[in-house]
Design a protein around this ligand. Structure first.
Ligand code: UDP
Ligand code: MG
Length: 321
């Protein structure tokens, strides 16, 4: 432990990889130029998130050429955030930087992040300057950013950009939180005392295609909503109370009208009653669904399942191998 600590690098770069065979060589080249240029000890941790292409082979090959590289291989695909977590757990740098493997975040921006961190921030987030994604993706992301800022109460402009820097203590806190599904940028904001946001360049994907479909984006946002706020539960209560009050008022109204206008009028209202009933049934289902989501999450947490399973670690100081 102490030996490993002594040799702890200044900088750890964590990169999740899922079917990125077209980008790896280029990425490693550009990264090594930039990191060597910084003149500080560093490590690069690639986490292969169960790729089915040649990514893992390419990463292992890169490791043979560059001793600073560690490759963690998952036994299957667990998602980008799980991969980043695995990287965090194996990292030991004072500053930890996350980066996408598809070269959309230019590695050349890393020194900017490092110097910002050295000003004393716990986390440095980035905003993508003229973002190179499809219009649809940008619109969805803008919506997600707005909602996220509201939920977390931390007003960052761009939650989706994974080019970020964290201090050792923030990373340790994140690793200590054993939640199953966690959205890293939002989680980090709960532990970081001082967060800065800087602008970085954004490029279009170097090769391959995006791994995020609309359904995956929606799943991510749902995760975020339920794991970072109790707002939906509170809204449920407000909504439930409102509907109940309206229902009682309406019932009273029907009773009075019946007394005034007689039973004939009441028969005419049968369909109105149906409409009301449907409304209530709908509202109840909505409520149950949401409650179920929270219960499901609690169930997930209490089972304490590992977030991911590592098949193999290639070349990490002192651990595994
Ligand atoms: N990624 C991953 N596991 C997944 C999906 C994506 O490790 O299940 C990695 C992917 O290889 C890339 C990063 O996460 O390095 C971002 O993915 P992508 O570029 O597809 O997302 P986008 O840029 O479209 O948001
Ligand atoms: Mg990308």
């Amino acid at each position: 432990m102490t030996a490993a600590r002594k040799r702890a690098p200044y900088l750890s770069v964590v990169i999740p990889v899922f079917n990125e065979e077209e980008n790896i060589e280029n990425l490693v080249d550009r990264l090594s130029t930039v990191l060597r240029g910084l003149g500080k000890p560093f490590e690069i941790i690639f986490v292969d998130d169960g790729s089915s292409d040649a990514s893992l082979e390419l990463l292992k090959k890169a490791r043979e050429k560059m001793r600073e590289i560690t490759v963690i291989a998952f036994n299957r695909n667990y998602g980008q955030h799980a991969a980043v977590f695995a990287g965090f757990e194996h990292s030991s740098g004072k500053i930890v930087i996350t980066l996408d493997a598809d070269l959309q975040n230019p590695p050349e921006e890393i020194p900017k992040l490092v110097s910002k961190m050295e000003e004393g921030y716990d986390a440095v987030a980035t905003v993508r300057e003229n973002r190179q994604d499809s219009l649809f993706r940008r619109v969805v992301s803008r919506l997600i950013n707005r909602i996220t800022a509201r939920i977390t109460g931390v007003d960052l402009k761009d939650y989706g950009c994974m080019l970020r820097a964290y201090s050792r203590s923030v990373v340790e806190s994140m690793c200590a939180s054993r939640e199953l599904s966690t959205f890293i940028p939002a989680l980090a904001t709960t532990y970081a005392a001082r967060t800065a946001e800087i602008e970085v360049r954004h490029e279009s994907r170097h090769g391959g295609t995006s791994k995020y479909s609309l359904t995956r984006l929606i799943a991510l946002e749902f995760d975020l909503l339920t794991s970072f706020s109790l707002w939906p539960l509170r809204m449920l209560m407000v909504l439930g109370t409102g509907i109940c009050a309206a229902g009682m008022g309406f019932g009273l109204f029907l009773l009075i009208m019946r007394l005034i206008k007689g039973s004939e009028w009441a028969v005419g209202g049968t369909f109105t009653l149906f409409a009301i009933l449907f409304f209530f049934v709908g509202a109840q289902f909505l409520a149950f669904g949401l409650l179920g989501e929270y219960v499901g999450r609690i169930y997930g947490e209490v089972r304490h399942r590992p977030r991911f399973v590592i098949k193999e670690v290639y070349g990490h100081r002192g651990r595994a191998q």
